[in-house]
Design a protein around this ligand. Structure first.
Ligand code: SF4
Length: 388
């Protein structure tokens, strides 16, 4: 076991994984054995100069899970919901640089004006959860629902963390996009339109919302596995279920377990457990507070000095919150630390490259959703923005 590393200006009780390969790791999770390097002063200066040269021409959006070296250049920061709304807030800026992952940049392209171009500094910044539901798999699932005779009763709901293709599929079938902030409202709306919901692609958010916020039982939920014939479900299971959960998850949040909660409760007296609803059900039921990234930020801001908090979400954000609240004992929920590796793809060299290219009039790594996909995806996004 390694010792706790230095985290910014404060130490967190963390044990990083070693530099050898991590058998428990999977795509979407980075266990590098070291924290990201401090910002290179020369690159910081180049990013500053390029952004200053662009002035109002560029609008930089930064997701909360981004590295500090990148987030310092964001004009606005937020979770995926806030950034989707903020994307359209600067219609005069021809360039939107999205420091986040691919599906977020797609949503920004859909929600901004035609003359605005969205740039993702590194095209490899995808999302393992979004990749767990492909268009062909979801089409096939819908065919199964038709064969079983329940498709007319099903309203599809997709988490923001899905590709534009999936959002368009949902829009085409009269459904809605949701985020972790409004999942309950989206589900209530969906159940006013049909008796069943197909929830894509995060089974944990769907299950946690249905069971903990809407009074469903675990038996009301079944999991559709796109890698098994008919999703691995019998016609009877399809007919009896109220909530059809897609077998997808966030590779970062799914790492937290009940054992993480038990361990920290035994180690830190009076600790408050604060987790994101992308965590497994077994973790969420043990937590004291559950909510979206924005909820986590607000809860810690309002917490009394001297209180202890174990936070179950992405490490860049937890580390930033710990530095923002030196009067509180803020720690990562698990002693084995992993970042979202795809979020971390956006680093200072990529941001500098994107900004300097734009300053020269060259648009690199443009994210552009085709017109038809954008049309139907926007229908599902607009339905979300119109939720009460
Ligand atoms: S934290 Fe999870 S859901 Fe978010 S981008 Fe990374 S893998 Fe995707």
């Amino acid at each position: 076991m390694t010792t706790t590393p230095e985290l910014g200006t404060r130490s967190l009780p963390l044990l990083l994984l070693g530099t050898e390969s991590d058998p428990a790791s999977e795509r979407g999770v980075s266990c590098p054995g070291a924290l990201p390097p401090a910002s290179d002063p020369a690159l910081v200066e180049r990013a500053r100069a390029a952004k200053a040269a662009l002035g109002d021409q560029v609008f930089v959006l930064g997701h909360h899970y981004q590295r500090d070296e990148v987030i310092q250049f964001a004009d606005v920061t937020g979770d995926s919901f806030k950034l989707a709304r903020d994307a359209a807030a600067r219609p005069q800026a021809p360039y939107i640089v999205f420091c986040g992952v691919h599906f977020m940049a797609e949503s920004a392209d859909i929600l901004t004006a035609d003359h605005q171009q969205v740039v993702l500094p590194d095209m490899a910044a995808g999302c393992s959860m979004a990749d767990m539901a492909t268009f062909d798999q979801v089409e096939e699932c819908w065919e199964v629902l038709e064969e079983v005779g329940i498709a007319d009763d099903v309203v599809p709901v997709t988490y923001m963390n899905s590709s534009a293709d999936i959002k368009a599929f949902v829009g085409r079938h009269g459904g809605v996009v949701c985020t972790s902030s409004n999942a309950r409202r989206a589900l209530e709306w969906a159940y006013s339109k049909g008796s069943k919901v197909l929830f894509l692609p995060d089974q944990h958010l769907g299950r946690n919302t249905a069971v903990l916020e809407m009074g469903f039982s675990l038996d009301d939920c079944v999991v559709y596995d796109p890698h098994r014939p008919e999703g691995g479900l019998t016609p009877r299971q399809f007919r009896d279920a109220r909530m059809l959960l897609w077998r997808g998850h966030c590779s970062v949040h799914a790492r937290f377990t009940k054992a993480s909660v038990d361990e920290i409760r035994s180690r830190v007296p009076d600790v408050n457990i604060l987790v994101h609803p992308e965590c497994r059900h077994e973790v969420v039921v043990e937590a004291d507070y559950v909510g979206s990234t924005e909820y986590i930020i607000k809860t810690l801001a309002a917490a009394p000095a001297g209180s202890s908090w174990a936070v179950g979400t992405e490490l860049n954000l937890v580390r930033r919150l710990a530095n923002m609240h030196p009067d509180k004992n803020v720690m990562f929920l698990d002693r084995t630390v992993c970042f979202c590796s795809t979020m971390n793809r956006i680093d200072l060299p990529h941001l500098v490259w994107a900004l300097e290219s734009l300053a020269k009039g060259e648009v690199v790594n443009r994210i552009q959703v085709d017109e038809e996909t954008a049309h139907y995806a926007k229908a599902a996004l607009d339905q979300m923005l119109a939720l009460p």
